[in-house]
Ligand binder design. Structure first.
Ligand code: CP3
Length: 336
């Protein structure tokens, strides 16, 4: 069993380090492949290349876990919505069509995403048995944000778009949950052994709706994982003190901290759940001294409880891979 799984399942305290967005943007070896593959979706559906990209950070840094190279938007894509990735503008999706959305089947969904499952199979064969292979999904709310274009900017919503479809939202959420669980099951059958659930835009949910749009959908998916004995890590980014309610309601094996969460507060208020991450990825743009100081805060705070070292969000594209290497060495040599 990998260290990551030992921590998540048995709550044993041992060293384990990986990074969100470790496979991608900041690595020159990724950018080289990317420059020859302008269609991002096609790249995600190229099993050989996807596996190669997944393994790039493992080869370079010998991390404890690989995360499969794919995207959360592959699910809406497989449910019939076109996605294009515009440089510096983020992903753009074609208009959401309710009738088309309801007209999907498990068979066509699974066959559209088959290359991802193949990539997982290839990767599992090549990956050291002691390392985890993490698969992931976007939480329903975060997917809705992209599918319906609900986000005005980083802090505001087009509330009207949400209100006008309100009657349908619960049906859409349930339908998404159904397909997300299928995607989880398929990824685990192919050889992944942990699921991370990204609710990257949970911070945008109006206060009164947090249970409906965040807690309940995450809980339904985590319950499915528990039934299937799949360890899960949730990431309800940006919900501040509501991390406590989330944790009580959803009860995942692990929870990823964002940079706003004070680690000492988290240790006290999220006790019993395995904690992961927290370090601000922007720190990796600073001096080595700052990086080590920032990392020490997390390592010290969690030194005697199960903790998975990671960041509070994905590695930034402008990160220098050498600094990532120095942080990994610092973590591995840390005995405090
Ligand atoms: O973690 C990994 O290295 C595995 C691969 C992975 C990608 N996206 C590849 C990717 C994972 C786990 C994701 C998750 C993802 N995708 C999230 C949740 C995590 C988070 O960062 O909040 C979200 C919200 C998305 C949606 C998405 N995909 C956006 C907003 C963008 C464009 C901006 C960006 O982040 O790069 C993408 C494209 C994307 N997904 C790239 C990569 C490597 C960049 C593609 C490029 O080269 O242009």
């Amino acid at each position: 069993m990998s260290n990551l799984n030992k921590i998540l399942l048995n709550k044993i305290s041992c060293k384990s380090i990986w990074f969100m967005r470790q496979a991608g943007r900041y690595l020159p070896e990724f950018r080289k492949i990317r420059s020859n593959n302008p269609d991002f979706i096609k790249l995600c559906l190229n099993s050989e290349l996807s596996s190669e990209i997944t393994l790039q950070p493992i080869k370079r840094f010998d991390l404890d876990a690989a995360i499969i190279f794919s995207d959360i938007l592959m699910v809406p894509y497989a449910l019939g919505q076109n996605v294009i990735f515009m440089k510096d503008e983020g992903p753009k999706m074609s208009e959401f069509d309710y009738e088309n959305f309801l007209d999907n089947s498990e068979k066509s969904f699974t066959s559209k995403l088959a290359p991802i499952y193949k990539a997982i199979e290839i990767t599992r064969k090549k990956l050291d048995k002691k390392k985890s292979l993490i698969a992931f999904i976007g939480a329903p709310w975060t997917l809705l944000i992209y599918m319906m274009g609900i986000k005005k900017n980083k802090t505001e919503l087009h509330i009207d778009k949400l209100d006008s479809k309100k009657i349908k939202i619960n049906k859409i959420l349930d339908e998404l949950i159904k397909y997300l669980c299928i995607h989880i099951k398929n990824q685990i059958s192919a050889g992944a052994d942990v699921i991370q659930i990204f609710d990257s835009w949970a911070s945008l949910i109006p206060n009164d709706n947090i249970t409906t749009y965040c807690f309940t959908p995450n809980a339904k998916i985590v319950d499915f994982c528990k039934k299937e004995k799949i360890p899960s890590i949730c990431f309800p980014k940006g919900i501040k003190k509501k991390y406590v309610d989330f944790n009580r309601f959803v009860k995942p094996n692990g929870i990823n901290l964002d940079p706003e969460i004070n680690p000492i507060w988290a240790r006290k208020n999220l006790a019993g759940t395995v904690l992961q991450g927290g370090l601000d990825p922007r720190i990796l743009l600073e001096s080595e001294e700052e990086i080590f100081k920032g990392a020490t805060k997390y390592i010290q705070t969690f030194k005697d409880i199960p903790y998975i070292f990671n960041l509070g969000h994905g590695l930034l594209p402008e990160t220098d891979p050498d600094k990532v290497l120095r942080l990994i060495k610092f973590y591995r040599n840390f005995n405090g």
